[in-house]
Design a binder for this molecule. Structure first.
Ligand code: C5P
Length: 239
C-alpha cells in the first residue's frame, strides 16, 4: 500500500452523473480523490468511474460488498479491473469472504487498496441486540478490524472516535479511512460525532472522507484548499 498523494477523499453523494461531473470540473485531482457510493453507482454505473478517472481522479468505489465469498470475489475483481484506487467490503462477511476478496484484487497488475467496514456507525446498541449481537460496538469494531488485518486487507473505514484505539491496536501502515470530518466551525449536518481534519489526522487517520463541507460549498475548490491549509498548519505545528 502507499499513502502518498492527497489525503482528502471527496464523497460524490449525488443522485446522478451530471452534478458529480460538474463538481469534478471544479476540483483538482492533484488535491483530492473522489468517492463513488451506492446511489451514484447504481444510477450511473461504471461509466461515471471511468469518466472521473479520465479526468485524472483516483476513485474510492464505496459499495461495501457483503455476500458469499465467490460473489464478493467476483465483484472485487470487477472493481479492480475498472482501475479504482480503493474498494471496500463488510468485515462481518467473515474470514473466507475477505480472503477471497483479497485474492481477487491481487489478480490485477495494479490492485486497488482493499479496506473493510467494521460496524456501521448507524447501529446503536439496541440495533445490535436486536440482530443478536451481544458485544459492545467498540469491542466488535476492534475484533473485526483485527480480523480484516489478519486476512491481508489494507485497512478499515472508521469513525473519528475509533481512530485512537485502532491506531494503538494495529500496525501503523494499516489504513484508517475516516468520515465524519468537519472543518473547525462548520455545520455537522447529520453527523453525530465529528472531528476536525487536523484532529482526525493527529488521531491516526490516513485518509479523510469529506462530503458536504466541500460539495455544498459555494466554492468547493476554496473549501478543499481551506481544509488542506488546516492540515498543513496542524502538521507544521506538530513537526
Ligand atoms: O457529507 P459528509 O461529509 O457527511 O459525507 C460523509 C461521507 O462518508 C458520506 O458518503 C457517508 O455516506 C460516508 N460515511 C459516513 N459515516 C460512516 C460511513 C460512511 O458519513 N460511518
Amino acid at each position: 500500500m502507499s499513502e502518498v498523494g492527497p489525503r482528502i477523499i471527496v464523497a460524490l453523494d449525488y443522485a446522478d452523473a451530471a452534478p458529480a461531473l460538474d463538481l469534478a470540473t471544479r476540483l483538482d485531482p492533484a488535491h483530492c480523490r473522489v468517492k463513488v457510493g451506492k446511489q451514484l453507482f447504481t444510477r450511473a454505473g461504471p461509466d461515471i468511474v471511468e469518466r472521473l478517472q479520465a479526468r485524472g481522479f483516483t476513485v474510492f468505489l464505496d459499495l461495501k460488498f457483503h455476500d458469499i465469498p465467490n460473489t464478493v470475489a467476483g465483484a472485487c475483481r470487477a472493481a479492480a479491473e475498472l482501475g479504482v484506487w480503493m474498494v471496500n467490503v463488510h468485515a462481518s462477511g467473515g474470514r473466507r469472504m475477505m480472503e477471497a476478496a483479497r485474492e481477487a484484487v491481487a489478480a490485477v497488475a495494479e490492485p486497488p487498496l482493499l479496506i473493510a467496514v467494521t460496524v456501521l456507525t448507524s447501529l446503536a446498541r439496541e440495533d445490535l441486540r436486536e440482530i443478536g449481537v451481544v458485544a459492545e460496538a467498540q469491542e466488535l469494531v476492534a475484533r473485526l478490524a483485527t480480523l480484516a488485518h489478519a486476512c491481508g486487507l489494507d485497512g478499515v473505514v472508521c469513525s473519528p472516535k475509533e481512530l485512537r484505539a485502532l491506531a494503538a491496536a494495529l500496525p501503523p501502515a494499516f489504513l484508517r479511512v475516516t468520515p465524519g470530518v468537519r472543518p473547525a466551525g462548520a455545520d455537522a449536518d447529520d453527523q453525530a460525532r465529528v472531528a476536525t481534519p487536523a484532529d482526525a489526522i493527529a488521531d491516526g487517520a490516513h485518509y479523510l472522507v469529506v462530503g458536504r463541507p466541500i460539495t455544498a460549498a459555494a466554492d468547493p475548490a476554496a473549501a478543499l484548499r481551506a481544509i488542506e491549509t488546516q492540515l498543513a498548519g496542524a502538521r507544521g505545528a506538530s513537526a
